[in-house]
Design a protein around this ligand. Sequence first.
Ligand code: GCB
Length: 715
Amino acid sequence: MTDGWRFGKSRDAMIENVTLPHTWNAVDGQDGGNDYYRGTCWYMRELTEEETAGERLFLEINGAANTCEVWLNGERLTHHEGGYSTFRVELSGKLQKQKKNLLEISVSNEENSTVYPQKADFTFYGGLYRSVNLISVPEEHFELLKDGTPGIKVTPVVDLESKSATVTVETWHNGKSVDITVNGETRTVEHCAEFVIENVHLWDGLNDPYLYTATAKLPSGDEVSTRFGCRVFTFDSEKGFFLNGRSYPLRGVSRHQDLKGKGNALSYEDHAADMAIIRELGANSLRLAHYQHAQEFYDLCDENGIVVWAEIPYITMHMQNGRQNTLDQMRELITQCYNHPCIAVWGLSNEITAASAVNEDLLENHRALNALCHRMDPTRLTTMANVFMLEIDSPILEIPDINSYNLYFGWYLGELEQTDEFFDEYHAKYPERVIGFSEYGADANPAYHSSNPQKGDYTEEYQALYHEHMLAMIEARPYLWATYVWNLFDFAADGRDEGGKHGENQKGLVTFDRQLRKDAFYLYKAAWNKEQPFVHITGKRYKNRAEAETEIKVYSNCDEVKLYVDDMLIGTQKGKTIFRFRIPLLGDQMIRAEGDGCSDVTVIRRVDVPDESYIFNKAAASVTNWFDAGEIDPNCFSINDTLGEIRQHPEAGAIVNAMIAKGASERGDVADAVKDNPALQRMMGRMTMMSLLKQSGADEKSIRQLNRILQGIKK
Ligand code: GCB
């Protein structure tokens, strides 16, 4: 039901004509300020006589964010909580014969304390942002109501040695018998049949994502079918992930359902275009964050052989009254997604201890979720994405089958190498636990550039450097069962205001509008995409360079790269992924890189003064040494003291606390909520004020001012 909808903020004033999919936050949810409309809106549509024909009629809503009520002819039929799953309601019996039938749907993304998500680093778009369908079935039909079930559940169990699969097909319906067909064989049974497929054709990831189909048909003619895949996923704490018995390290990216100008109301073409970019990158796995994605997208993953981590939006902050909602969202996720061969793990939560303590209620919620997953799906493992501040001996880590951490050392806090140390320490302490890297990334605005990139400068070059480190870190640790770049695409987080953009998280390898691939994209493409040979000269947008000598860096999946400057060969390098050349910079120069049957070209230019437009924080970047030795009185506080030392003094502590609170609020809801986390505070306490300020992008004037104030306070 795409067309013919009226829409408005109130039931009595549906003033706009809209088509589905639709969100009311496509503009205000993406422009910063954390002020997008969070409230109730109404959709209204008349059902035609033709649409209401048939014996039994159901309305299917494939996503109403975040809570929804369905009304027919003024009567409320259902209420649904959770914005990312399918639900249905029966209309027959309530329809008026030979009269107009009025369907009204109210949808709300208003803040509350029971339905997740409420605090997270992304915009909670409101709307009927996925498809809405009418389903007409005969009296005898497959189940439609229970948790949005597809009515058919397929469990393939593969024996790699005998190359066979035992396939159990369960169905739910109100008839007496059902014909179930798998691989050309049909059985007539009450509900459930078992099949054996000899010489089974495996679903084999990117190599060969072969799909079978199971069909179930009732005597009434009602029919359901689903595709499925036969594959074996195994996890080893030492050797990582295995697909069908062979080592298959999961290396990929995360994705939100979200696009510039459209919000979360994506078309099938938008989904398919995202998948094409994922294939170009060469990723073999996706973390579909932070909620249930559209069925079309799991279908695309099945078809393309992408192994998936699926999860619910139990995120950032545990809510005392939210347990039932986490269980409901998980039950629907598993019911609706069970048949997808792409899904390897169910994610219980994300950074849930960022803004909440590890207390009994939180643990109990996780135990209940974990048990639910195991009960509903003994074939898959559970995991969770933990925040970097969570101590590695926390009891919460004992709940899921396997573990994962989101680490942002080298971006928000700390140095790149702390990531390596973190995993080494974890793996040494818990060698029997399977550990993965669920998120890592750094923001980059492709307008900003530097030959001397620094953490916090938002340059394309720092992001590339960050990922070069992480790629090498990952390649040296084959035990990591999965690794996911945060994020493939820049996305809307209306609470953010940083790095030259309003309302965007810029950790994407590709911009929000999908128009620009940042350099770091090509780093991973060089490492992961073995299919099409390519060379990519980095720094193409860093055209004007104020230096006598410059580095030309090429990312390539070839093992030899030649570099030409103004058509003169200046070097040939053998290597892997990253190829670096240094060249004198004379004027306008044409740079060409050549690999195995492929090439890339750019022009760079020597200039006398640095191009100001490349610098985000102009004041901070222009000064390297702000304080001469002897300028600071060691008897008074200064920015050379650690945050911990300064905080011990009431007056000095109050000043820096106020400043930190302000800084956190510019980085969105999550930064604001996590700033009181004790483990985070301990880590920050060990850093000097100077290094914290530099990382937060403070300018020279503010730093000097703070130092002056601190120097006025005796230790
Ligand atoms: C996280 C969250 C993710 C954020 C990301 C960030 O750990 O899981 O939702 O967007 O950090 O960029 O800070």
